[in-house]
Design a protein around this ligand. Structure first.
Ligand SMILES: Nc1ncnc2c1ncn2[C@@H]1O[C@H](COP(=O)(O)OP(=O)(O)OP(=O)(O)O)[C@@H](O)[C@H]1O
Length: 258
């Protein structure tokens, strides 16, 4: 008999996703028959080397790209165009340089017609959440790389998306700032639970962050090769023996050159 207490809500469902790009007489098969289920409030990391189709998969989930075959659903509803329920954070900084931190973060609610007082409150809440209180009136060029990505995260949250897609958001940061931002990502996710999909080519980052890691095999067309449930308690320690064992296991089994 079905045990209702064990029912989980599937937030994102990708079924049989394939993607090929056709440019003049050249065809590139990027993804092949990909199936992925993501539970509500789960933190899933997609781990794969460069050019393995990770960003393409994200763009398909977000409705910014149409799959050649297969379907994506969110809460059981098929994605057919850009999804308002999704917040996106990219590797490259995509802030408006002529707007302040506050101006950048309140942009989404402003476009949606949220009254000024309310959208300022929303923006300030998320600026505080990402640790940028006091920087509201700074411009992007006055911020470090880590701070810019904090603004990008706050800006995505300010639209109150149910799903956050983070596409190698810390790839351009130095090692120390990257670790700090990984810790911050978990703190923010624990403070305001969302369904998170996070793309990286960094195995430690994947183990530090994920409830679950799915790996792409690194050859085109990309396929999901392995799935790992990360049962380590948070906050995770990069030097913990179980952390290192899982790292070794993933390295051995996937043979990924990252
Ligand atoms: N619009 C497009 N037209 C043609 N080819 C494309 C297009 N978008 C992506 N590709 C190709 O798909 C492949 C995978 O790209 P994608 O950006 O999805 O990989 P990735 O794993 O995110 O890479 P990286 O980690 O380097 O960002 C690449 O070979 C790329 O050239």
């Amino acid at each position: 008999m079905e045990n209702r207490s064990e029912q989980v809500n599937i937030k994102i469902s990708c079924t049989g996703i394939s993607k090929s790009f056709q440019e003049k007489d050249k065809r590139t098969d990027v993804l092949e028959k990909m199936d992925l289920l993501v539970k509500e409030n789960e933190f899933v990391v997609i781990l794969g080397p460069g050019q393995s189709g990770k960003s393409t998969l994200f763009r398909i989930i977000a409705g910014m790209e149409t799959p050649t075959t297969g379907t994506v659903t969110i809460d059981g509803r098929e994605v057919t165009g850009p999804e308002p329920e999704i917040g996106f954070v990219f590797q490259r900084y995509t802030l408006f340089p002529w707007k302040t931190v506050l101006g950048n973060v309140e942009m989404g609610p402003k476009i949606r017609g949220v009254p000024k007082k309310e959208r300022r409150e929303i923006a300030r809440h998320y600026i505080n959440l990402v640790g940028l209180k006091g920087f509201e009136n700074h411009y992007p060029h006055q911020l470090s790389g880590g701070m810019k990505q904090r603004v990008s995260i706050a800006r995505a949250y300010a639209n109150n998306p149910q799903i956050m897609l983070l596409d190698e958001p810390f790839g351009q940061l130095d090692a120390q700032t990257r670790i700090l931002m990984e810790q911050e990502t978990i703190r923010i996710w624990e403070a305001e639970k969302r369904t998170v999909c996070f793309v990286t080519n960094n195995i430690e980052e994947a183990i530090f962050l994920g409830d679950r890691i799915v790996t792409l095999d690194g050859k085109l067309p990309g396929r999901l090769s392995h799935v790992y449930h990360v049962d380590l308690p948070r906050p995770r320690d990069f030097t913990d023996i179980e952390f290192l064992k899982l790292r070794q296991k993933i390295t051995d089994e996937t043979q990924l050159v990252l």
